[in-house]
Design a protein around this ligand. Sequence first.
Ligand SMILES: [Zn+2]
Ligand SMILES: [Zn+2]
Length: 307
Amino acid sequence: MSVYHFPAPFEKEHLLGCLMRYVLPQGRKEYVKVAKRVSSNVSKVNSNSYWQSVYTDILKQYLPKYHHQLALNNTLLNVYTSLIESDFSTVLAEQVKYPSKLQLKHANLEQVHKGWKWCPECIFDDEGECGVAYWHCEHQFPLKKRCTKHGALLLSGCQSCGFAWSSILQGPGPSASCPKCGSTFSERHREDSYDDLWIERSANGILNGSLKFDKNKVKECFKVQYGFGEFKRQWSVAERKQIRDQQDLFGNWIDSLNLLNHLTPLPNGRNNSEHPAFNVSTYVFKSYDYAPIIHLLFSRYCREVLC
Ligand SMILES: [Zn+2]
Ligand SMILES: [Zn+2]
């Protein structure tokens, strides 16, 4: 439903932050009640998704004038649009109509955080500049592990008690200390590997639009290696061997990368290459809505090894 004086987002604020700021002045007691008036989908949020039903509910506050611009600037839907090479308006219209429809194949491949992510240094900047800390849109991108502005590792939970902002009903966030146990959120440190830095750079490129995926070029590259370019129901023995060889080469390459901070470990310590997401012939011959990391890895392999 539409409510009065719903706030406009800050620059780079995630759309969800507007709901948080709308309910903030209502006081703790009214908090849940007010949040539920805006959306019935507030009980569960996470950053493992480009779109959730709650965004549609919030976006409705801005219909019919500003919702397009806000969806473009204050959600990650444009990232998804660039991956599927579709038109933003079409994708947005579809999401508003069917908010639960957007599901990426192999979304569980990526090591994502339990709750929403924030930068411990941005909290102080936001409070100084806007009077309140808020959820930054780009921090919620699964490939982002560091804040672009400060370089700090993004946090997603309390190291003392495990608290995470995985529901709006847990209260507004982010804050400098844990709302559950009171301990201060301090910066974490990590030595980034070459591959960590590469993924961070690529994530920034995807977010600012400078990195585009040319899926067809990657597919062409593989087809040249295969020696054939069509999907068939029946493969000859020679073709089968060719596919297997390509798969082995790609698999060995994937396993040589340091992706501990990005991929969810497979059970029993199995290799990353055994994950179905890295099936070369599926990537080449079928068109799926893959998670960004899959496109990244295939494009890099094509650039560094095949071409
Ligand atoms: Zn920051
Ligand atoms: Zn805590």
